[in-house]
Design a protein around this ligand. Structure first.
Ligand code: UD1
Length: 420
């Protein structure tokens, strides 16, 4: 396993390009299981999670080749409905092969992904959705086993106690593309990644409308074809760099970003005193000397994303007052508090909230990355802290941020990667 060693306080300048979206790529890759024809995906981020999904698809009947940032996905003529525990357990995103396998092959046996440090992550909504389409579902030996000769369109209400489910919506939408008749998903997730998946499926010949809204309507078709598609930017990577620029008081240029997908973040930045300049697909930020505290609550899209909560906690550590951060999507997602506190942040947790008393500066310390977005928060803190920060277990970061250390070094950061 690798660790990162950061010498804080170096000025960041120049420009950084935002990579293709991880959270859009994973379900779009799963969607290629719906056809035997070849699919081409462009602007695919080279990440641990992308590679895990590629391995999983290879085990399910695909041959896949990389060509720079392009993936060519072909059928190898040996479809397999079993998604193995070893691959699914390392990445929760792999649950989205369930819908495509079931609707294409009539059966699917997918390992349950298990819990993770950001909290309990149930799959009841995925199960409810495919049952509504007529599948018989049981859990056996750690696997969810679903069968259906032919799925039938239905009306499905797809929200749980914490609101809609992103991958749940993706799964049911994919299953419904080859079902008989019409499916209506009510309380569907509105995240841009769901919209992007629907657009890709429509390129394959699916008949989906309403994507991006809470009601998605899918007219089943007999067959889907191959497609050639370019993935859009990663809005969480984009948001992370915007927050880093604000925290480091740097005005480096952020390229290949569609800022209109980050309106909740933009509103928050205005409230903490940060100005944002948007020109075409680029963004620059201008920060005041001292940031103002501002409390937030995370919500499903278009609310403030839970995937930027840890990074926002890091920035709130350096203000001149008190802020409260509440995560309604994953109320246990606060593993970064203890590590940021080791760097001098004053944060305490109360239930699903973090209460942060801003300090003047952070100091470098040895810390451990607990999950993907928490790792990004620690990198941000390390870059502005006084002295040296050593971040262990950075494989979490490599799951979701393409070439993060190289991108930061190009901006002028002092970062070394070493084996632990
Ligand atoms: C996706 C994203 C993840 C992001 C999350 C919320 C990918 C690969 N991952 O995860 O980065 O943090 O959306 O924006 O796209 N829930 C249930 N029952 C279910 C499914 C979910 O109760 O069957 C709950 C979850 O515990 C959570 C909430 O619903 O409280 C939202 O989770 P969900 O949108 O499903 O997250 P993912 O799609 O797994």
């Amino acid at each position: 396993m690798d660790k990162l060693i950061i010498e804080g306080g170096k000025p960041l300048k120049g420009e950084v390009r935002i990579s293709g979206s991880k959270n859009a790529t994973l379900p779009v890759l799963a969607a290629t299981l719906l056809t035997d024809e070849t699919c081409i995906l462009r602007n695919v981020p080279r990440l641990l999670d992308t590679n895990t999904m590629i391995k999983l698809l290879k085990s399910l009947g695909k041959d896949i080749e990389w060509d720079k940032d392009k993936l060519i996905i072909m059928s190898n003529g040996k479809p397999n409905p079993v998604a193995d525990y070893k691959l699914v357990s390392t990445m929760r995103g792999s649950i989205c092969v369930l819908g495509p396998l079931l609707t294409k092959l009539g059966e699917a046996k997918v390992s349950l992904p298990g819990g993770c440090v950001i909290g309990v992550r149930p799959v009841d909504l995925h199960q409810k959705g495919i049952e509504a389409l007529g599948a018989k579902v049981r859990t056996e030996g750690g696997y969810i086993i679903a069968t259906a000769k032919k799925l039938k369109g239905a009306r499905v209400y797809l929200a749980g106690a914490s609101g809609p489910s992103v991958l749940g919506t993706a799964n049911i939408m994919m299953a419904a593309t080859l079902a008989e008749g019409e499916t209506v998903i009510e309380c569907a997730a509105c995240e841009p990644e769901v919209e992007e998946l629907a657009n890709f499926l429509n390129e394959m010949g699916a008949r989906i409308r309403g994507q991006g809204s809470p009601r998605i309507i899918i007219q089943g078709v007999k067959k889907l074809r191959g497609a050639d598609y370019r993935m859009s930017f990663d809005r969480i990577e984009g948001g992370t760099f915007v927050l880093l620029a604000a925290m480091a008081r740097s005005n480096f240029l952020i390229r290949d970003i569609d800022y209109s997908q980050l309106t909740a973040l933009d509103d928050v930045l205005t409230n903490i005193g940060v100005q944002v300049q948007v020109e075409k697909n680029t963004v620059r930020v201008k920060s005041p000397k001292v940031l103002k505290p501002f409390s937030i609550t995370t919500y499903p899209y278009p609310g403030f994303p839970t995937d930027l909560q840890a990074q926002y906690t890091a920035i709130m550590a350096l203000t001149n007052g008190v802020s409260v951060i509440r995560d309604t999507v994953f109320p246990d997602r606060f593993m970064h508090i203890a590590e940021l506190s080791r760097m001098g942040a004053r944060i305490r947790r109360e239930g699903g909230s973090a209460i942060i008393e801003g300090v003047k500066e952070l100091s470098g310390a040895p810390v451990t990355a607990s999950d993907l977005r928490a790792s990004a928060a620690l990198v941000m803190a390390g870059l502005v802290a006084k002295g040296k920060t050593e971040i262990r277990r950075v494989y979490h970061l490599d799951r979701g941020y393409e070439n993060i250390d190289k991108k930061l070094i190009a901006l002028g950061a002092s970062i070394k990667r070493e084996k632990e």
